[in-house]
Design a protein around this ligand. Structure first.
Ligand code: COA
Length: 196
């Protein structure tokens, strides 16, 4: 999946970017972008506990590239269990984040394009709901609201009014209660070296 977008809001020559699946060669550029956009505190977030040692959900890691192919935006989603439902069964869901756009390219619609691409692909893959921790004033435009996550908790400190959810299947989170738990594929650990 890839979408080329001419951003119409720029008052100078329109800049062009493309949303595409992340590939292994993007990792260094993505991490550098996250450091620039979010600062060193990003690794202390409660969401990070659900991402550490995990691979993103299948097919749900995206980058935005400029015309030269440089990474200027990133978003990934992660498999989680969102508590249990009224029957006591685990509720599979996705955790979104981090979402970040290179500060030099903010306000061109790149964050919005990344969000819409991620939501559309999650829906196409049959997922039922997406959760995230972020500013409601930004994420409500994509359908994320705190009410949907009201009986769920993060595995660490979080602000209730910033803990938001979007149901991709109506009623998916009704009755869901409890703590989010990572449920995705594990990152392969490097082989342990043993002395001869
Ligand atoms: C938040 C972020 C991803 C937005 O990316 P972007 O490409 O600038 O977003 P868009 O161009 O799609 O949207 C810009 C609009 O969102 C608004 N916006 C940006 N951040 C916002 C926030 N935290 N709260 C409310 N509105 C916000 C802008 O004011 C702008 O509004 P307008 O359309 O009325 O002019 C980007 O600013 C960023 O990387 N910030 C640092 C990292 C971060 O906070 N990530 C989110 C937490 S996981």
């Amino acid at each position: 999946m890839a979408a080329v977008v001419d951003t119409p809001r720029a008052s100078f020559a329109p800049s062009t970017f493309v949303i595409a699946p992340e590939n292994p060669g993007d990792v260094v550029a993505r991490e550098s972008l996250l450091d620039r956009a979010m600062g060193p505190g990003r690794r202390r977030k409660s969401s990070e506990k659900l991402r550490r040692g995990q691979l993103p959900a299948e097919g749900l890691a995206f980058v935005a590239r400029d015309v030269d192919g440089h990474v200027i935006g990133t978003v990934r989603l992660w498999n989680v269990e969102a508590g249990v439902n009224r029957e006591g069964g685990a509720v599979p869901a996705l955790l979104l984040g981090p979402l970040a756009v290179d500060p030099a390219h903010e306000g061109k619609g790149i964050g919005g394009m990344l969000m819409r691409a991620a939501i559309e692909e999650a829906r196409n893959r049959g997922h039922g709901a997406i959760l995230l921790v972020g500013d409601a004033a930004y994420y409500e435009r994509f359908g994320f609201f705190a009410a949907r996550a009201q009986h769920l908790v993060m595995p660490g400190p979080f602000e209730r009014n910033r803990f938001l959810a979007l149901e991709l299947k109506e009623g998916w989170l009704v009755g869901a209660a409890g703590m989010l738990v990572a449920s995705g594929r594990k990152l392969a650990l490097p082989p342990v070296r043993r002395a001869a």
